[in-house]
Ligand binder design. Structure first.
Ligand code: ATP
Ligand code: MG
Length: 568
């Protein structure tokens, strides 16, 4: 490709509204342009990177037995009403009406469409298992589109769906996809972890997220420093053997604590460790009040709360709801003498508190020398808190550390959630009708490109891994007015293309400095500069990743490139 007429508008300045490296670099290197918040065009160079990722995804999906199809982006509301998600999905679903006033959605995901397709076409166990996939544009009206194509409102996703007749079959289909994902993200040159994730109340059990480790990631991963345990902190289980002090139980005492509402204010004023404080938070769980307790140095994890109570919606109570249910304002809540319509649930650590402190359900008062079971009773102790750095790893090996991650892929055992709701059944060996057992598997293709840039760049620009680089080689005649340089560059351009390299020829009449800066910014793996020594048949080769430079005779160029690309 010749750069002079190539739509690759590089920018020197850092765009003001882009605050992470990948967003800035994708704009500056001319890969993307924004047309509305969270809505982007991919320019030719960016599109080539997208296609590289798509090709890797396609190869691995096909290898794992997936069949590619293409479903419509426009989905009729009726399908979503059948699954029950027309209401449940909320404002993230982009809805529209046609000229006859019929309702549609722009697909954010395709469980409904695929389930209806398979339900109509597959009737017998003999036709299962089956895994279908597509690579297609998705639409989600994200609350906070940001970070460029990392969280956009229109993006390309690979979504796959498996249909099985047995649970074991689903396990097998899931494992195949899991392994394919490992191959895909490794081939993309990413440093990633597959982490155990939250399966929510959707009935599914096993689920893993594929996280690219990066400090700009919006998810936090808890991982062991000694084993391969890794989980999203949303669900990371806490296995702590808390110790109980053998201090004698002291008499319960009500103390005045005017304006001491927060854990810090309280532990400072009473000069006690926050491990002795009982933090009491009121939640509204599917419309019912639940008082959840944890230790002062811990945080309640609302996703665990939701899973423990098999609930759909968990929200922290508002100030008004708190007064309504607890007859007391936030800051002074506690588990002693709780109104009977409020359920009380506590994290395991609470059981081990001796002579603790809790709110008295009365403004400006707390209790001290509080002891569980003597002073209040708990219906249910459970694992309700977020894991912390330094906690023992749940698998018993090592200690927990945190890292930030960008979710690039998600594999999920759906079970019969959709097949039952939508009547996708098959006839088993005995002629009996059974719901199909499903899995779903997504990869954010455009997010993956951004994640690659986020993980692979330096202060001068992008450093593409060869597998996803828009081109392999940046060929640069330094002075396009010099005949020797132009002639040699043209010869090399043809020769390298014949050798199956993808080459971007910078034939622009720009200064050397501009060309080299753009070249570093665009970040192709190898740069070949044809300069002053062109007449002698000598060119300069630079490896983008390491900065290594080689002067070589043109005859030896092929061998050198082979060697360099092997190392990359
Ligand atoms: P997130 O928690 O980041 O919103 P999600 O759980 O909603 O992701 P899934 O529904 O599992 O995502 O979608 C599958 C994949 O699609 C994700 O793993 C991610 O790579 C990609 N993806 C999801 N939302 C976006 C988005 N707004 N922009 C770009 N890619 C996205
Ligand atoms: Mg999302």
């Amino acid at each position: 490709m010749r750069q002079k007429l190539y739509m690759c508008p590089t920018m020197r300045e850092v765009p003001a509204d882009a605050d992470i490296a990948s967003h800035q670099l994708m704009l500056r290197a001319g890969l993307i342009r924004q047309s509305a918040a969270g809505v982007y065009s991919f320019l030719p160079l960016g599109m080539r990177a997208v296609q590289k990722v798509e090709e890797i995804v396609r190869e691995e999906m096909n290898e794992a037995g997936g069949q590619e199809l293409l479903m419509p982006a426009i989905q009729p509301a009726e399908l979503w009403q059948e699954s029950g998600r027309w209401e449940a999905y909320g404002p993230e679903l982009m809805r529209m009406k046609d000229r006859h006033d019929r309702e549609f959605a722009l697909g954010p995901t395709h469980e409904e469409v695929i389930t209806s397709l398979v339900r109509d076409e597959v009737k017998s166990y003999k036709r299962l298992p089956m895994t279908l996939y597509q690579i297609q544009t998705k639409f989600r009206d994200e609350r906070r589109p940001r970070f460029g194509v990392l969280r956009s409102r229109e993006f390309i996703m690979k979504d796959a769906y498996s249909f099985d007749s047995t649970k074991e079959g689903l396990d097998e289909s899931y494992d195949k996809m899991y392994n394919a994902y490992c191959n895909i993200f490794s081939r993309c040159g990413l440093d990633y972890r597959a982490v155990v994730a939250d399966s929510g109340a959707m009935g599914g059990k096993d689920t893993h997220e594929f996280m690219v480790l990066s400090k700009v990631g919006e998810d936090t991963i808890a991982y062991s420093d000694e084993s391969d345990y890794a989980a999203n902190i949303e669900i990371a289980a806490v296995h702590v053997n808390y110790e109980k002090s053998d201090e004698p139980l002291a008499a319960l005492e009500k103390i005045e604590t005017p304006n001491l509402k927060t854990i810090n204010e309280l532990s400072d004023a009473l000069s006690i460790s926050d491990q002795l404080l009982i933090k009491s938070l009121l939640f509204i769980v599917d419309g019912e009040p639940v008082l959840a307790l944890c230790r002062g140095d811990h945080e309640i994890n609302d996703i665990k709360l939701k899973n423990v109570l098999s609930a759909e919606i968990v929200e922290l109570a508002t100030a008004e709801q708190t007064v309504q249910y607890m007859k007391c304002e936030v800051g002074f809540l506690g588990p002693i003498e709780v109104p009977s319509d409020v359920k009380v649930i506590a994290d395991h650590a609470i059981e081990f508190i001796v002579n603790g402190v809790c709110g008295a359900n009365e403004k400006d008062y707390h209790f001290k020398n509080v002891n569980p079971s003597r002073d209040f009773s708990i219906e249910q102790y459970d694992d309700l808190r977020f894991i912390k750095e330094g906690d023992p790893s749940p698998d018993g090996k090592g200690t927990i550390k945190f890292a930030e991650g960008i979710e690039v892929g998600h594999v999920f055992k759906l079970g019969t959630r959709y097949s039952e709701a939508m009547g996708a059944t098959y006839l088993d060996e005995n002629g009996k009708s059974q719901p199909m057992i499903m899995g779903c598997y997504g990869i954010g293709v455009t997010r993956t490109v951004a994640a690659i840039v986020e993980q692979s760049h330096d202060e001068n620009g992008i450093v593409w891994p060869v597998s996803v680089a828009p081109f392999h080689i940046h060929l640069i005649p330094i002075n396009v007015k010099n005949e020797d340089q132009v002639k040699l560059a043209e010869t090399l351009y043809e020769k390298l293309k014949q050798e199956r390299y993808e080459v971007l020829l910078d034939d622009r009449p720009e200064r050397a400095g501009v060309k080299f800066n753009d070249s570093d910014l665009i970040g192709l793996p190898i740069r070949i500069a044809v300069g002053k020594r062109a007449g002698e048949g000598i060119v300069e080769v630079k490896v983008r990743k390491t900065g290594e430079m080689f002067e070589t005779e043109v005859d030896k160029l092929s061998d050198l490139l082979k060697e360099l690309f092997q190392q990359l």
